[in-house]
Write a protein that binds this ligand. Structure first.
Ligand code: ATP
Ligand code: FE
Length: 337
């Protein structure tokens, strides 16, 4: 079974080919255009998708070394995401499936971030049900209880900013280029995480909040810069380490609570922020400390990519779970809808 998958929910155009659960290709075209604006501009994103989609699909097929006539089905991201971006992938997938007269499979982007753990990879042990999945990215922060491939319940999520935004906004306050998350990580590795204590927000239950932290960082930097104009330059490593430490504490507090509430000790993370070295180290330590088993997919399957859409497409193909050409993109789309 060969499935072509298409992802276009935000600012990355991606296509992948999967053969019986094994990835043959996973091509991602990043949109550099947004850097100048310090964030994703929806109108520019959908235009860039239109330019990228045909070459990206061609490349994915070429890398997989197959012809489009060998495809068994087309999978695509239906939502959630930016409407203009989703429309490009959705219309493309629909037309191609119709042209080739093969089935069409709709995929939920957040389910895909979680099911990326089931891509066949040498040496990668897959989680077993039930497990807890924490998806941390530029647009989302969720803890999901996963009882089966398609039986997922969101048990906690952010009430305001996503954790990736907290990283990126911190970077912006420090004058670092967008998206600054990876740079904060880099500086943090040379800094003292206890140098500048920031208070953690008090949010009930398993939900998160990051907007208060962002404001606290802004005021902290402004105040210190007023007293010493080179404060940032002199302390960038310590500031980044302290902010990152606080963010990790916030995530870990909720994960610990979720594990305690559910009795589940299998913890899988995904989303672009799972590239963060501090989070990865802390999770490894948690295995020993709390008896957890943790799972982090390969980085290329953490950020937005069509590979994760392809694995969901394959699982749905096995369930004969197809959609017809009347399907439309869905910008707001609940995980268990
Ligand atoms: P979504 O997946 O919710 O649609 P997105 O496309 O913004 O949103 P991803 O591509 O999964 O999300 O992740 C990008 C985010 O991850 C950015 O906010 C980026 O700063 C952050 N990020 C990437 N690497 C790191 C890192 N090493 N440390 C911290 N944050 C990081
Ligand atoms: Fe995503």
């Amino acid at each position: 079974v060969y499935i072509l998958a298409i992802e276009s929910s935000c600012d990355d155009t991606s296509a992948a080919v999967i053969h019986n659960g094994k990835m043959l290709s996973n091509v991602v075209a990043n949109q550099k255009i947004h850097e100048a604006y310090g964030g994703v501009v929806p109108e520019l994103a959908s235009r860039a998708h239109q330019q990228n989609i045909v070459p990206v699909v061609h490349q994915a097929l070429a890398k997989a070394n197959i012809d489009k006539n060998q495809l068994s089905a087309i999978a695509f991201t239906r939502g959630p995401g930016l409407m203009g971006s989703l429309l490009v992938g959705t219309s493309f997938a629909k037309s191609l499936a119709m042209g080739l007269q093969i089935p069409l499979i709709e995929v939920h982007h957040m389910q895909a971030h979680i099911l990326a753990h089931f891509i066949e990879e040498e040496g990668y042990e897959k989680p077993t049900f039930p497990f807890l999945a924490m998806t941390i990215s530029g647009g989302h922060t969720q803890i999901v209880r996963v009882d089966d491939y398609f039986k997922m319940t969101v048990i906690g999520e952010t009430t305001d900013d996503a954790v990736g935004e907290a990283f990126d906004k911190t970077a912006k306050i420090l004058g670092l280029p967008y998206p600054g998350g990876p740079l904060v990580d880099k500086y943090a590795q040379e800094g003292n995480p206890k140098a500048f204590p920031f208070t953690k927000p008090k949010v009930p239950g398993l939900d998160f909040s990051f907007s208060g932290l962002k404001t606290a960082i802004l005021y902290f930097v402004q105040k210190n810069k007023a007293a010493n104009p080179t404060f940032i330059e002199e302390n960038i490593a310590d500031i980044c380490a302290s902010v990152q430490h606080t963010i990790i504490q916030i995530l870990m507090d909720k994960l610990k609570l979720a594990s305690k509430d559910t009795g589940i000790k299998q913890i899988a993370i995904g989303g672009g922020v799972s590239a963060n070295s501090g989070i990865r180290n802390t999770l490894k330590e948690a295995e020993k400390k709390y008896g957890w088993k943790t799972y982090i997919p390969k980085f290329e399957y953490c950020t937005d990519n069509a590979g994760m859409i392809a694995i969901v497409g394959y699982l749905k193909y096995l369930n004969n779970d197809f959609t017809d050409a009347s399907v439309s993109a869905k910008a707001r789309y609940a995980i268990n809808e």
